[in-house]
Design a binder for this molecule. Structure first.
Ligand code: PMP
Length: 804
């Protein structure tokens, strides 16, 4: 059933000869398609309608082949439930995979020569979906997902109509699900031409993509250059490289799955194990007999089914590279080392539980892949296919001056004196101060996300009452400081600290009854988050956060080059489990950052929200519990149960040690092992560890202040309510206060009176809020008094106090 090819004993590794002599588009089809395209281009609808009548056997109405989009919506609503669920799942997975491919702006430059690259989505794209036996709704998903991810606004779908004038039901239904508004019932070469050139009834697009028969391929070749097109697709193919441990039946079913696409499909087994070939052939006989599309499978295997013997797996990889298959399966014990050698393949499937069939629908990567050996020089459909990049040049005077000699010399050689003049004229115009005022520094530009952000700044000094950074108002008890001082006298400061911070780890492990290996300590919980993002959240990763949330999250994510997606919290700033689940399903985040209690709102999030994020498919959920000692549920139990949960804690708040800069994570040993790869050597100062270990040894004493803070919090709340302002519920050591006045103004007026609180009015919905840390009783009294004055005074422009 499989033709045997023996490449052993140095008989070369070239499998290209297996590709039969065939041209993708027979000459007569090419000629005819050219005529059709020319006719549509020159005569518009007159030609298009005629071709639709002749080839699609349908009489379009005078308005043209565009369908009422409600037909697609109805088709979707009437589709069977399992199909609808599958389509949703596939689209979400494929979309989130492609969202990660979206390119970012690039800027670079120094010496006054600044250059950049701006990715911009195409505006209008045409997607072709074949009809008949090859009417695959999955192909519509695979074309639309990367276009949408790229930001293409208008997508026109063309698909050949059946006798009822409608495209295949499943294709129409998926168009309905995707919310496509522009659907044309037309197929073949004329459809491609109409999309490319436009007619009276079809608006032209900028690029046409999608599979199709020879006519469609020929037309794409014809219009290419006028518009963009994706690659010409040949018959589908798989090359499976297997070792002797591979299960013959699994190889056989994958060969059949490929063969059932098309009598022209190719299915190739490559292995160094002769015995395996025999076993696979036996299994194949049975599988073919039971195959649903037996006729197609038999024809494909008899024409394009091969078993290839090679000397080694490495030789097998070389054979695969030469063949450059659309799909490559590495069904071997340890595929990773072989993967290193793979140079040409559409998609590689690693290991025995990764069949091509999963990749055809919903693993994530696109199934529109290079065939017929074109994987040597091209890739599968991706976001880049729907994006153009605009180059940008900005020269400052220094930069122009430094380029001048090269430009002038090249211009002289090429006989283009006007080019030299374009430089000279500028330099002569203002020899010493050209463009003065418009230029920035001639130094190295920071990376784009860094350019877009500002340094972290808060007022630290000089105020009478400082209630803006959620510190503890109570210093560490004297006796603990004495103990630290005692130990410090003998402290070996000439040595590096313990790189594994074993002492702090052990002390925390005792305190939390946690596996010491699962504890990670860093300089503040901020650095814990930074380490997590360095390891799990950099370029190509998507991080989900909720707003209003901790302001450092977007800064940290951008700093490491990740992509941040933010969703609003619900009523009362609560993350409802349903909303959490939906967000995780839609965004498919690699990592979620969620604080509970939340800064700046103070409320805690339900455990079920974290569970819903996990159920929705989040890769890792980081639950930031910097304030949990003050209230709300301790969610560290979740991190014990599920390796995808990491809980963040800090010594800065309840432990009264903000100045020490230590925070920690409660997680599993797998995570801490990864974090150790990104942390700098000896990242924790031994002095900081000394203090924290002393505090942990007297945990009860240190944390005794928590009760005081909570008590003061409730007094403060009472005082605020007496002033007639609204105070949001809080489990933290701060309160979110809502007045009738703009938060920024209130913050400023309080500052003028020596009281620092935090302005949070930049958050949508918090325009009239500020955040105040619970201080000592005296501090709180001063704050209340000054706030009373500010509110009584109102703003220069008027405006009063909001009651309630
Ligand atoms: N997470 C949250 C929610 C915070 O509010 C803060 C500090 N305000 C931190 C983490 C970081 O604190 P540190 O780095 O001091 O541990």
């Amino acid at each position: 059933m499989l033709k045997l090819v023996d490449l052993r004993g140095g008989k070369g590794k070239d499998l290209v000869f297996l590709r039969r002599e065939r041209s993708l588009i027979p000459g007569d089809v090419g000629e005819r398609a050219r005529e059709i395209c020319r006719a549509v281009r020159e005569k518009g609808d007159a030609a298009l309608f005629e071709f639709i009548r002749t080839f699609d056997r349908w009489n379009p109405p005078p308005s043209g082949p565009r369908l009422d989009p409600s037909l697609a919506r109805v088709a979707w609503e009437e589709s069977p439930e399992p199909f609808r669920r599958a389509v949703e799942e596939c689209y979400q997975r494929v979309l989130s995979y492609h969202l990660r491919q979206v390119p970012e702006e690039r800027w670079e430059g120094h010496g006054g020569i600044i250059t950049g690259e701006l990715p911009r989505p195409l505006s209008r794209v045409g997607v072709y979906a074949p009809g008949g036996r090859a009417a695959y709704p999955s192909s519509v998903i695979m074309a639309v997902a990367p276009a949408r991810a790229a930001g293409v606004r208008e997508i026109a779908l063309a698909s050949p109509p059946g006798p009822d004038g409608l495209p295949a039901r499943a294709v129409l239904a998926v168009a309905g699900f995707l919310g496509l508004e522009e659907i044309y019932a037309m197929g073949g070469a004329h459809a491609v031409a109409a999309l490319a050139f436009g007619t009276e009834s079809v608006r032209p697009v900028e690029k046409v993509v999608g599979p199709g028969n020879q006519w469609v391929q020929a037309a794409k070749r014809e219009v290419s250059g006028w518009v963009g097109t994706d690659a010409l697709a040949g018959p589908t193919e798989v090359l499976i490289l297997a070792d002797s441990r591979a299960e013959p039946r699994l190889l056989a079913v994958d060969l059949v799955a490929q063969a059932e696409h098309d009598p022209e499909a190719m299915a190739i087994l490559v292995t160094p194990d002769e015995g395996l070939v025999e076993r696979v052939v036996r299994a194949l006989e049975e599988e073919v007999r039971a195959a649903g599309r037996r006729g197609v499978v038999e024809e494909a295997l008899s024409r394009g089914g091969y078993a290839v013997l090679v000397d080694s797996l490495e030789e097998g990889v070389e054979a695969a590279n030469a063949f450059a298959p659309e799909h490559l399966e590495l069904v071997v014990e340890d595929p990773d080392p072989l993967l290193t050698g793979v140079r040409a393949a559409g998609t590689v499937f690693l290991g025995s539980s990764s069949p091509v069939a999963a990749g055809d629908y919903c693993a994530g990567p696109n199934h529109v892949l290079p065939t017929a050996g074109t994987a040597r020089f091209s890739s599968g459909l991706r976001v880049d296919d729907f994006v153009v990049r605009v180059n940008v040049v900005r020269l400052e005077p220094d930069g122009l001056r430094s380029l001048a000699p090269a430009v002038e010399a090249m211009a002289a050689t090429e006989g283009l004196p006007g080019h030299a003049r374009a430089i000279r004229a500028r330099l002569e115009l203002a020899p010493e101060g050209l463009g003065a005022g418009g230029g920035s520094s001639a130094g190295l530009l920071p990376r784009a996300p860094v350019r877009a952000s500002r340094p972290y700044r808060v007022r630290q000094e000089g105020a009478r009452v400082k209630l803006n950074t959620n510190e503890s108002p109570f210093p560490l008890p004297r006796e603990i400081l004495e103990e630290v001082a005692e130990e410090f006298r003998e402290f070996p400061l000439h040595r590096y600290p313990d790189p594994l911070f074993s002492r702090s780890r052990a002390a925390l492990a005792r305190f939390h009854r946690w596996d010491p290996e699962g504890i990670w300590v860093a300089n503040g919980s901020n650095e814990c988050l930074h380490h997590l993002l360095l390891a799990y959240g950099g370029p190509g990763r998507t991080i989900l956060t909720f707003e209003p949330g901790y302001s450092m999250y977007p800064r940290l994510v951008r700093g490491v080059g990740g992509r941040i997606v933010s969703r609003p919290l619900g009523r009362g700033f609560t993350l409802e489990p349903e909303a959490a689940h939906r967000a995780a399903k839609e965004v498919r985040p690699d990592l979620v950052l969620l604080s509970s209690p939340n800064n700046p709102t103070g409320n805690s999030q339900p455990r079920a929200a974290v569970e819903a994020l996990l159920a929705g498919g989040a890769g890792m959920v980081v639950v930031d519990q910097a304030y949990v000692e003050f209230g709300g549920e301790d969610l560290s139990g979740l991190a014990r149960e599920d390796p995808r949960v990491v809980v963040v804690r800090t010594f800065s708040k309840a432990w009264r040690l903000a100045g020490v800069r230590l925070g920690y994570l409660l997680t599993g040993a797998e995570v801490t092992e990864v974090l150790a790869r990104v942390a700098l050597p000896y990242h924790l100062s031994s002095l900081a560890q000394l203090v924290v270990c002393a505090a942990l040894a007297r945990a009860d004493l240190v944390l005794s202040a928590v009760a005081l803070v909570r008590e003061e919090r409730e007094r403060l709340r009472g005082g605020l309510e007496a002033l007639g302002v609204m105070v949001h519920p809080s489990d933290a050591n701060f309160l979110l206060v809502e007045t009738g006045l703009p938060g920024r103004e209130v913050t400023r007026l309080l500052e003028e009176r020596g009281v620092l609180v935090r302005d949070v009015s930049d958050y949508p919905g918090l325009e009239r809020c500020f955040r105040v840390t619970v201080g000592t009783r005296e501090e709180n009294e001063i704050f209340l008094e000054e706030l009373g004055r500010v509110l009584a005074g109102g703003l220069p422009g008027g405006g009063g106090v909001c009651q309630g």
